[in-house]
Design a protein around this ligand. Structure first.
Ligand SMILES: *Cc1c(COP(=O)(O)O)cnc(C)c1O
Length: 217
């Protein structure tokens, strides 16, 4: 089933869009099914769970931290994380920089832009993104690289609303990408990825449409 789902989703993606299989809460044996089917990029939202899976699983997997990351958890994932998707403040960037330096790495990060109508707590508005990118404090951090933007649309059946939000982040991304050397726009989940692709997504983060519903109990 997992291999079949992956194949179907991949057939809907263009060359420019890569697929992150969101494996949070899923056991290693199911993730291995996706791995055997050729999938190499996986997304997790908890540092500890991601670290445990990294230890147990093949080392050519690229691990994406897609959830809100607490500063005191950065040290666990700094040795191996491939991309941190949801960075929304300078203090967190400083900690990522510090931990990356310890491991002689440069860690790639995306800035999370607030696009939803819902009162979610996370994400920057465009002005905050620009201020951050222009600040001296940010520009002194040599062990991080901001490679793009990430966004989460409102959880709604209203596709016009979702499209509006994706359009918004896409046009902001287009304003920034050349100036700041960005190439990743991480938008699209199981419920809205066709719309995200339509609006220029270069990375979709898909969980339940690959692995089935999550059970949090
Ligand atoms: C869980 C999660 C996803 C995947 O959600 P699905 O609806 O299962 O595809 C994508 N992005 C983020 C940030 C998530 O936390």
């Amino acid at each position: 089933m997992i291999a079949e789902n992956l194949k179907n989703i991949k057939s809907e993606l263009s060359e420019q869009t890569s697929l992150i299989a969101v494996s949070k809460t899923k056991p290693v044996f199911q993730i291995m099914e996706a791995y055997e089917a050729g999938q190499r990029d996986f997304g997790e939202n908890k540092a500890q769970e991601m670290t445990e899976k990294w230890e147990k699983m093949p080392k050519d997997i690229r691990w994406h931290m897609i959830g809100h990351l607490q500063r005191n958890k950065v040290k666990y994932i700094a040795p191996f994380v491939h991309l941190i998707h949801a960075v929304d403040n300078l203090k967190l960037l400083k900690e990522i920089n510090k931990q990356a330096q310890k491991h002689n790495r440069t860690v790639n990060c995306l800035l999370q832009v607030y696009i939803a109508k819902e009162e979610t707590k996370f994400g920057l508005d465009p002005e905050e993104v620009t201020n951050l990118l222009e600040s001296d404090e940010f520009n002194n951090l040599k062990h991080i690289r901001i490679t793009g933007l990430m966004g989460m649309a409102t959880f709604t059946e209203n596709t016009a609303q979702i499209e509006k939000e994706f359009q918004f982040i896409k046009s902001f991304f287009d304003q920034l990408k050349n100036k700041y050397g960005m190439h990743i726009l991480s938008i699209g989940m199981s419920g809205d990825y066709p719309l995200a692709i339509k609006h220029g997504s270069t990375m979709v983060r898909i969980g339940s449409a690959i692995f089935g519903e999550r059970n949090y109990t």
